[in-house]
Ligand binder design. Structure first.
Ligand code: DGY
Length: 323
């Protein structure tokens, strides 16, 4: 029987690309540039499975075709709000993601951002590189202590919990969580955490707020000017979730008028384009979507996609099916 034909939309770790090529008839987008909707429509006619990533906007337009050959979208990444799920569903396409394997590294990056923002690491690095450092002095780039403070975690799934473990057991932080469903008492107890009834209740209690919820229409601008106003004037906002969760215009206002202490972002609305007004904010740390960017996670994500493909083409239900 002919091997299934699959399209990998970006370059992946070479070890995974090699394994995929052993099992499937693979085409890799060697140019490593995100495909356009018309290229996706063609791909859905030509391939049995398409393997997209967060940079592939597979909206309703990309799925507007009759009788696609593609029966599986095996996403490389945990978030899948870049895929129009009703359209995929209408074509009977199975969608899978890659949970678990990137949780630790994404939480490590959220900690990195929290520490960078609190200790003004971005400002310090810019000063050193620009040759502007004039030497140690008691009042120079004074930041905020992290240990023992209160951290609010919005979205208490695997990554939110990995963040809580680091912050509570490593830094003695008190943890308050907001989650759309109730978290079991024994899970909260592992991190000495309490669950707030409402996001509006959580925000005024916290010195740091870290976002770990899904993106998409449901959470678009969850953090808006009203909610930024609920944060303490010296609190910090950290985002490793999705750019659209924050209203960036409102964040720029909050940073410009010092109504919050600072922020750190790994994700942006409309990335890789970054609003000019964000670039002008000094008390803002920015990284280029590096949450899962370790050799270990990126390889494990690829092998997780491979397991999903193997299950699907062996007639079984893929372990990470999300629809
Ligand atoms: C994800 O997995 O959704 C990340 O944002 C990309 O690693």
């Amino acid at each position: 029987m002919a091997r299934p034909k699959i399209l990998v939309t970006r370059r992946w770790p070479v070890t995974v690309e090699a394994k995929l090529a052993e099992r499937f008839n693979v085409v890799i987008n060697q140019g490593d540039v995100a495909l356009k909707p018309c290229e996706f429509r063609q791909a859905f006619k030509d391939y049995d499975a398409v393997l997209p990533t967060v940079t592939d906007k597979i909206g309703a337009d990309a799925l507007e075709l009759v009788g696609p050959r593609t029966k599986m979208l095996a996403n490389y990444g945990v978030g899948f709000t870049h895929i129009d799920m009703p359209s995929a569903q209408a074509h009977g396409m199975i969608v899978t993601n890659t949970p678990d394997v990137l949780s630790e590294c994404t939480a490590d990056l959220a900690m990195t951002l929290m520490l960078m923002a609190a200790r003004r690491a971005g400002e310090g690095e810019r000063e050193v590189r620009n040759g502007q450092w004039t030497g140690w002095r008691p009042t120079h780039l004074v930041g905020t202590k992290v240990s023992g403070k209160t951290l609010g975690i919005v979205g208490f799934g695997r990554i939110g919990q990995a963040m809580a473990r680091r912050a509570h057991h490593g830094f003695g932080m008190k943890i308050v969580v907001h989650n759309r469903s109730r978290i079991a008492g024994d899970v909260l107890a592992k991190y000495g955490a309490v669950q707030a009834d409402d996001l509006d209740d959580l925000l005024p209690q916290c010195d740091f707020v870290s976002l770990h919820c899904p993106g998409g229409a449901e959470n678009r601008h969850l953090i808006n000017s009203r909610r930024l106003d609920l944060m303490r004037p010296n609190a910090y906002l950290i985002n490793t979730a999705r750019g659209e969760v924050i209203n960036e215009h409102a964040l720029v206002q909050a940073l410009s008028f010092d109504t919050i202490g600072g922020a750190a972002l790994d994700v942006f609305d409309g990335e890789p384009n970054i609003a000019r007004s964000l670039l002008d904010c000094d008390r803002l740390v920015m990284l280029p979507h590096l949450g899962s960017a370790t050799a270990e996670s990126r390889e494990a994500m690829g092998f997780r996609v491979l397991s999903n493909l193997e299950a699907f083409f062996n007639g079984q239900s893929p372990p990470d099916r999300v629809n």
